[in-house]
Design a protein around this ligand. Structure first.
Ligand SMILES: Nc1ncnc2c1ncn2[C@@H]1O[C@H](COP(=O)(O)OP(=O)(O)OP(=O)(O)O)[C@@H](O)[C@H]1O
Ligand SMILES: [Zn+2]
Length: 660
């Protein structure tokens, strides 16, 4: 009797077998209801064989095979297989996470038809710059696999390059997958794509879509109806019958990395997918990740450069470094920045004060006894939010009211220390009572709707001063914005995390890139105690290339990625000793000694050693050879799975971690 091999969403590295009388190999790729434990589950049929690994008599019969979509194709399984092997993730989990929630449900929700979106068609297309033309022509949309890095300064017209390549791909009948870091932050991009191709079907795929809408879009993409798919990282696994081009916008962005469940890099998976399908992929950024930059320098990727802003009137902003050791700061703001804001107010232009820390102050403390507002569940402070009078943990979500007096000594004189966006907003409002100030962070903007209306207000000139976090840094065009002031950037300069400078530089380049995008010249003022730090010199001369070269040299000397390959084993348990003991066992496994090219370090507590009442530790595995590390990981993982541990202990392996 035919036997189905079924992938289920379970943390087990195996398939499950069921009997199915009427099944044939034509059913591979369809969903099936199967009994599991005392209930039922939806799985995906991966193979139909005559004889399973188990005697037929021991197999349960499968339930209904669902035929509401075409079978998932081979290339989908090939991509899942790659991800499963590379990231040490169970194949079933990989396959099922690629499907919309409604399709995994035993009792499926009823589906409604979607509403059509009306779009304004785009006006006259700009004439391409010479650099744009070269970049576009370098991507052969019918020429098989190629990976190109599009390195273009902010405002250089990268999006225009994408749109022209989309057009060429559509003309050949292909579908295009455009990956973006956080779709909510860039409603303008979606609008731009829709209005450029009013006759085409454009769908978006991201986690904030209502479940039914996401399923509808997914099905439309899989059926080949949707021609342009705009998606966040999870959309990289969407099966697409005619995929002809993948574009990854802001390819350096950390949100392409999934940080829980299957920990994968959507950018890296995208490159693999393009290679598997023999299609081109374009990675775009003003500040490429050092991994991609090294690949371009080493010739593994092509490199296309846009050095100039596309709008001939717009110039890159002038960057000034303000030495805060010589300035008298008021609420962290220096006199030159105050003066610059005043000038903008007089000229009716916009200013942006950038501070990547939300809340009023990062901690509330008692000067008498040394009490600080700490999260009871995490190794972190509770952040003071005066706007709604709460103390809040930014890691686990725990919150509390604000005590009137010190909970330890009763002192009534407790103070906020440090500052966040709310505090800066409050001070600016007192300093410039006539100015209209908008604070833009995750507290003031919680949904996509709020974000769209916020952007509308900014564009409509309803704000003179914006105070915001990185939400404001990405991809926006505010024509009246001519001043960007940067506060609180120093912490990242000397952080233990060796990736911190890369992230800071990218962030500052992005936020600086918001200024002076139209006819009005932009100016950026960066406040720092370390004005001589080379990062600021590179920023002032808009010199990504120099910065990247210096960083890569340091990494090469230190033996860090991209010159070494890493994986991390993490364990969490109610007690630190337990987590560490587990990692010690993992370190002592025979597999470790059998792989000489892989180096393992001693277990250490994680930087956030306690999160939501669990103590966390980790162990780093490193090799100069990716194949050596990849050969080691599955054997190690299997051996770790056999270790004895309490049921409260959780562990996982992360490959190519971004945060150590
Ligand atoms: N060839 C061109 N001629 C004139 N204007 C152009 C041209 N190409 C693009 N633009 C305009 O220049 C501005 C910046 O372009 P675009 O948004 O594509 O840049 P970008 O590189 O994607 O920017 P960022 O990285 O900052 O998001 C837009 O207003 C766009 O309409
Ligand atoms: Zn917490």
């Amino acid at each position: 009797m035919p036997v189905l091999r079924v992938a289920l969403d379970l943390p087990l590295h195996r398939l499950f077998e069921y009997r199915a009388e009427a099944a044939s190999t034509a059913d591979v790729g369809l969903r099936v209801r199967v009994p599991f434990g005392r209930g039922e589950r939806i799985g995906v049929i991966v193979a139909v064989v005559d004889q399973g690994d188990w005697p037929d008599a021991q197999l349960k019969p499968a339930g209904e095979i669902l035929r509401d979509h075409a079978p998932l194709p081979d290339d989908f399984f090939a991509l899942c297989e790659f991800a499963s092997n590379y990231y040490q993730a169970p194949f079933g989990e990989v396959v099922l996470q690629a499907l919309p929630a409604g399709m995994k449900r035993v009792d499926p929700p009823t589906r409604r038809a979607g509403r059509a979106v009306k779009v304004r068609p785009a006006g006259v297309l700009p004439e391409l710059t010479a650099e744009q033309t070269v970049a576009i022509d370098s991507v052969a949309v019918d020429g098989g696999f190629s990976a190109q890095l599009l390195f273009g300064v902010t405002g250089s017209g990268k999006t225009e390059v994408y749109l022209r390549l989309v057009e060429r791909t559509l003309a050949l009948g292909g579908q295009v997958l455009l990956l973006v870091p956080e779709i909510n932050l860039t409603p303008q991009l979606e609008e731009r794509v829709r209005s450029r191709f009013p006759e085409r079907t454009v769908v978006s795929l991201h986690s904030e879509l209502a479940e039914a809408a996401r399923e509808r879009n997914w099905r439309s993409a899989f059926a080949g109806e949707a021609e342009i798919i705009l998606g966040t990282r999870l959309s990289i696994f969407t099966p697409l019958p005619r995929l002809g081009l993948i574009i990854v916008d802001e390819e350096h962005d950390a949100s392409f990395k999934q940080q829980d469940g299957m920990r994968y890099s959507a950018r890296d998976v995208a490159v693999v997918r393009a290679r598997q399908l023999s299609i081109p992929i374009l990675l775009g950024s003003a500040t490429p990740s050092l991994e991609s930059w090294a690949n371009a320098q080493g010739g593994r990727y092509g490199l296309q450069t846009l050095k100039e802003r596309a709008n001939p009137e717009a110039q890159l902003p002038t960057v000034h470094i303000i030495d805060t050791r010589r300035a008298t700061l008021r609420e962290g703001v220096s006199p030159p920045l105050v003066a610059a804001i005043r000038e903008r107010l007089a000229r009716e232009e916009q200013s942006l004060v950038f501070l990547n820390r939300r809340g009023y102050a990062p901690v509330l403390a008692c000067p008498a006894c040394g009490w600080v507002s700490q999260c009871q569940r995490c190794a972190a402070n509770l952040v003071l939010h005066l706007a709604d009078r709460r103390l809040r943990c930014h890691h686990c979500g725990f919150e509390n009211g604000i005590p009137k007096a010190c909970p330890t000594c009763g002192n009534q004189d407790i103070h906020p220390y440090g500052r966040g966006t709310q505090r800066v907003e409050e001070w600016l409002q007192a300093e410039f009572p006539e100015a209209r100030i908008l604070r833009v962070d995750r507290d003031s903007v919680k949904s996509r709707k709020q974000w769209e209306s916020m952007l509308e207000r900014i564009h409509g000139g309803e704000a003179d001063i914006l105070v915001g976090t990185q939400m404001l840094a990405k991809g926006h065009d505010f024509p009246k914005l001519t001043l960007v002031g940067v506060l609180g950037a120093d912490a990242a300069l000397y952080a233990a995390d060796w990736r911190a400078p890369e992230r800071l530089f990218a962030q500052l380049m992005q936020v600086a890139g918001r200024a002076g995008r139209a006819e009005l010249k932009g100016e950026v003022l960066v406040q720092t105690q370390y004005p001589d730090h080379p990062l600021f010199a590179a920023l002032a001369s808009h010199d990504y290339t120099g910065f990247a070269a210096a960083q890569l040299k340091e990494r090469e000397q230190a033996g860090f990625p991209p010159y070494a390959f890493q994986a991390i084993l993490r364990a969490e348990a109610p007690a630190m000793a337990e987590a560490v003991a587990f990692l010690d066992q993992a370190l002592a496994l025979p597999a470790v000694k059998e792989h000489e090219q892989v180096m393992l370090y001693d277990p250490v507590p994680m930087k956030m050693a306690r999160l939501a009442n669990l103590e966390r530790a980790q162990l780093l595995a490193e090799s100069y050879s990716r194949p050596a590390l990849q050969a080691f990981l599955p054997r190690w993982r299997e051996a770790i799975a056999g270790l004895k541990a309490s049921s409260k202990l959780r562990w996982h392996i992360e490959v190519d971690p971004l945060e150590l």
